[in-house]
Structures are given as structure tokens and as C-alpha cells.
Design a protein around this ligand. Structure first.
Ligand code: ATP
Length: 269
């Protein structure tokens, strides 16, 4: 389905402190995401990526503009959207199974205990945490905690997954492994994803489209880049494709040079 997510004229301004001028973080941001598309958004710190994600999550209201998912305006948080933050927001007193089951019961309160249990198990297995069901977050590594967050987000079968630098706090090896798992899961489930990352290679591996934000304040969505690499690319092989370097250089040139020079009148390319 085309235009599954629609964002129109989004603007966010925060009031100035001590009588100062207001801070316009971004202005006139417009984009659409099709069902099943994986979009990464990249831009320098402070351009408003998290604020956009929070608006899509329904956690923050825009100053102007509207966003719609599956034809309905986003006006607050909903189990339609699964969110994973950099710091896995797990409930420390609950086990792996308990954390995921809590979300599943919130979405489907009428489900029997056995139905909840088997549904939860499916997602624990999916992120390779089989055997750790009864562990509490304090007994898990950072990578395992992040896997629980991902399993929980997928388990509610959201219309859209919103990921805010979900691997930002992980070491390179763990990060690579979880990226590979995410690729497999997303290709299998056809999940629609909006993800923030600072990692250009991660964006190239995961996304169908890459949104490039200019620097803030008054950031704009400067470019939408379609990933030309084959769908079945892997972390191990994608750098053998000459298009990989072309795309990588394009993204890095944007971040180093072009991201500074956009005025809010710039148009999307
Ligand atoms: N509640 C708030 N009140 C005032 N200013 C805010 C508030 N939340 C965010 N900001 C400002 O809005 C701007 C955008 O913040 P945001 O976290 O969305 O940026 P970001 O692109 O996600 O940055 P990073 O990559 O560092 O996470 C920043 O200048 C930030 O200081």
C-alpha cells in the first residue's frame, strides 16, 4: 500500500527560555512511507530526528502539520506503533517473558494465558533468546536487553515500527549480529519501519530509502535517497557492489558538506 504513512507540513518549535526567541527545530517536513518499506533517517545531532519519531509515536504534538497512518491521524500513543529506544525501556522486576507478555496482554486483553504464552515464545525464539525466558533484565547483556525490546515491539504486531538508534549503545560485534537478525525478521514479516541511525553503513544495509535531514535549527528534509542495492544484500557482501561506495560517498558528502547549506525553502530531491 502506497502512502501508508503520510507526514504533511510538520513543524516543531519550542518556546525560547528567559524571553528569548523560539527554537524552530524543523519546518515544513513532508514525506510518505509505503507499507513494508524500511526508512532510515540520518542527520546531525539536534536536527530533530527524535522529535519527528516522537510525533509519529504520538508522544509529542507537532507545532504545525499532520501525520496519518493507514488513513488515520496520529493523535497519541497507540499499540498500532511499536517503539524501540536506545535505552531498552524494560521493566526491571519482570522476566524476559513477563516484559513481552505485558505488552501482548495490553494489545489483546481477551487472549487466554496459553495463547499469550505461545505468542510470546514465538517472538523470544525469533530474537534467539530461547532459554533466557525467565531471566530478569539485570541478568542480561546490553545486546540481549535490546533483543527483548525488539521482540516486544514485534510481538504486538504493530502497523509500524519506530526505532530510535536501537543499536547505538552496543559494541560493534553485537551490533552487527543484531542488525543481521533485524534484516532477517523484517524481510520475513514485511514490517514497515522508521529508524533513526547515525551509522551510514547500517542505513545502507537496512533501508529501502534514506531520509537526509539538513542541520538545525530550521532543519528540513533535504533529500530522499532510494537504496539501489539488491534487496538480498548482506553485511558480509554488500561492500563488493560498486554501488555501495557510490551511495556511501553520497551520504557522507551530504553529512560533511551539503547538510549545512540548506535553507528552509529547499525542496526534496
Ligand atoms: N522538550 C524540549 N524543550 C526544548 N527544546 C527541546 C526539547 N526537546 C528537544 N529540544 C531541542 O530540539 C532539538 C532537536 O532535538 P532532537 O532530540 O529531536 O534531535 P536529534 O536530531 O534526535 O538529535 P540526536 O541525534 O542528538 O539525538 C534540539 O536542539 C533539542 O535541544
Amino acid at each position: 500500500m502506497q502512502n501508508f504513512l503520510q507526514v504533511q507540513g510538520l513543524r516543531k518549535a519550542f518556546p525560547g527560555t528567559g524571553g528569548g526567541a523560539e527554537l524552530v527545530v524543523f519546518d515544513d517536513v513532508n514525506f510518505t512511507i509505503d507499507r513494508g518499506e524500511f526508512v532510515c533517517i540520518i542527520g546531525h545531532s539536534g536536527c530533530g530526528k527524535t522529535t519527528i519519531l516522537n510525533v509519529l509515536a504520538g508522544l509529542e504534538a507537532p507545532t504545525d502539520g499532520h501525520s496519518f497512518i493507514d488513513g488515520r491521524e496520529i493523535s497519541g500513543p497507540s499499540l498500532d506503533r511499536g517503539v524501540v529506544f536506545q535505552s531498552h525501556a524494560l521493566m526491571p522486576w519482570m522476566t524476559v517473558r513477563g516484559n513481552i507478555a505485558f505488552a501482548v496482554r495490553s494489545k489483546w486483553p481477551d487472549w487466554s494465558r496459553s495463547k499469550v504464552d505461545s505468542h510470546v515464545q514465538q517472538f523470544i525464539d525469533m530474537v534467539h533468546l530461547t532459554g533466557s525466558e525467565d531471566k530478569k533484565p539485570s541478568q542480561l547483556s546490553g545486546g540481549m536487553k535490546q533483543r527483548v525490546g525488539i521482540a516486544r515491539a514485534f510481538a504486538i504486531q504493530p502497523k509500524m515500527l519506530l526505532l530510535d538508534e536501537p543499536f547505538g549503545a552496543l559494541d560493534a560485534l553485537t551490533r552487527g549480529n543484531i542488525q543481521d537478525e533485524l534484516v532477517t525478521i523484517v524481510r520475513g514479516t514485511q514490517q514497515t519501519v522508521f529508524m533513526i541511525t547515525h551509522d551510514v553503513d547500517e542505513a545502507i544495509l537496512l533501508s529501502d530509502k534514506i531520509f537526509l535531514m539538513s542541520n538545525g535549527p530550521r532543519a528540513v528534509l533535504a533529500e530522499i535517497v532510494t537504496n539501489p542495492l539488491p534487496k538480498d544484500r548482506t553485511r558480509a557482501t554488500m561492500h563488493h557492489d560498486p554501488k555501495f561506495y557510490e551511495l556511501r560517498n553520497h551520504l557522507i558528502d551530504f553529512l560533511v558538506h551539503r547538510s549545512k547549506s540548506y535553507a528552509s525553502t529547499s525542496s526534496v530531491q
